[in-house]
Design a protein around this ligand. Structure first.
Ligand SMILES: [Zn+2]
Length: 398
């Protein structure tokens, strides 16, 4: 038995009064006890005197095939399978070091991440939830991931192909994006009929659908179509950001999970291409953050995700910065729930991940300080426990 103890803990929804001793056996949490409890003989205790224990973090929006250097998505086309594998390896290790024990990959190439999810072996890496190549229009946003399709019948087949490949979620590109040249982030990419076809087909197969949507028109469209999640949800129009309250209310009422993909390395900032586009549209970071605060106030489910990998300012392992930014828009407990229990539900892992609770997977992160009081402490990763084993410490195995 392994016991991890700290004077503060967050259980996935709220602070645990007085901290906790998390008891771990055979990869599972078997008890969440008071910090001062006497331990049974033979228990290995790891005591963290000034730290906080949390469920392992979940980054709900990553691209493991992207190498964390500007132009990452443009380079995808040129990689052979061995190069893709190498990029995925490095991405997973950076995520794990940052306390991210589950990632939801929302766009790979040639199903490389789906295949990695299914690969056996002893690899120590985060749990993977994956969409495969996102479905996009011809030469639409991220077409270079290989998921172009046009017309109702082709889109139906595109969903079926992903179902056959065993994806966990269908990702669609409902608007243009900031990083694919020639696409328009303020415009839609599909008709209502096409989107409805995708959603009906995916739901019939038991899969959720999440939609990349920067354009407000695309957000309205995917809400009508009944998607389960919206990525970015920037609500861009030709003249800036505009998210009407009725739209937010509809998103909240339909319990659509919104991932605003915040988080950029403060030393580096967004990629030059993104900066230029936002400046041209007169959209500031503050406009986008103000909307995240309005989303929260409207009762929208917000999940933590970073779009990690797509640029130098958004490397793998950047989730902490997304949470720091979010903490400027909403209460800290809601931010942390969005990266643990709520994210787990969004990933379809509600029964196993995202909570300090007996029976759940023993994926934990221990950070110095108290992120509920100061979210920047979420950067201070002290220890990561994955499936009951302390990462990088042979003494902490269970
Ligand atoms: Zn993305």
């Amino acid at each position: 038995m392994l016991a991890i103890r700290a004077p503060r803990a967050f259980d996935g929804a709220r602070a645990v009064e007085g901290g906790a001793t998390v008891m771990i056996h055979a990869g599972k949490i078997v008890g969440v006890e008071p910090a001062g409890i006497d331990l049974p003989d033979g228990t290995i205790l790891i005591d963290h005197p000034d730290a906080t224990i949390l469920p392992g973090l979940i980054d709900s929006h990553v691209h493991l095939c992207a190498d964390s250097i500007d132009g990452a998505l443009d380079r995808l086309e040129t990689y052979d399978d061995a190069q893709l594998d190498e990029v995925i390896d490095a991405a997973l290790q950076r995520q794990l070091a940052a306390g991210v024990t589950t990632v939801r990959d929302l766009g790979d190439r040639r199903y490389a991440v789906v295949d990695r999810r299914d690969a056996g072996g002893e690899e120590v890496r985060p749990t993977i939830v994956a969409s495969g190549p996102p479905i996009t229009s011809v030469r639409g946003h991220c077409w270079n991931m290989g998921g172009e399709a046009a017309g109702v019948q082709a889109l139906r087949l595109a969903v079926r192909e992903r179902v056959d490949r065993g994806v966990d979620v269908i990702k669609i590109m409902a608007s243009g994006g900031l990083l694919t040249l020639g696409t328009d982030a303020t415009a839609t990419q599909f008709s209502d009929d096409e989107l409805e076809t995708i959603v009906v087909e995916a739901h019939a197969a038991g899969l959720p659908v999440t939609a990349h949507a920067h354009a407000r028109a695309a957000v309205e469209q995917v809400v009508r179509a009944g998607v389960d999640g919206i990525e970015h949800c920037s609500c861009l129009t030709a003249t800036g950001v505009d998210a009407p309250v009725e739209l937010l209310d509809r998103i909240a009422a339909q319990q659509i999970a919104v991932c605003p993909t915040l988080g950029t390395d403060p030393e580096i900032g967004p990629s030059p291409r993104v900066l230029e586009l936002l400046t041209r549209m007169c959209v500031s970071r503050d406009d986008l953050l103000a909307d995240v605060a309005r989303f929260h106030a409207s009762g929208v489910l917000l999940v933590g995700g970073s779009d990690a990998g797509i640029s130098t300012g958004k490397p793998h392992g950047i989730l902490a910065e997304a949470l720091v930014e979010a903490a400027g828009c909403m209460p800290a407990a809601a931010v942390l729930a969005g990266a643990t229990s709520i994210a787990a539900r969004t990933c379809g892992l509600d029964d196993t991940k995202g909570r300090l609770r007996p029976g759940y997977d023993a994926d934990l992160v221990v950070v110095d300080g108290d992120p509920l009081a100061d979210m920047t402490d979420i950067r201070r990763v002290r220890q990561v426990v994955l499936a009951g084993s302390v990462v990088g410490d042979p003494l902490g195995q269970t």
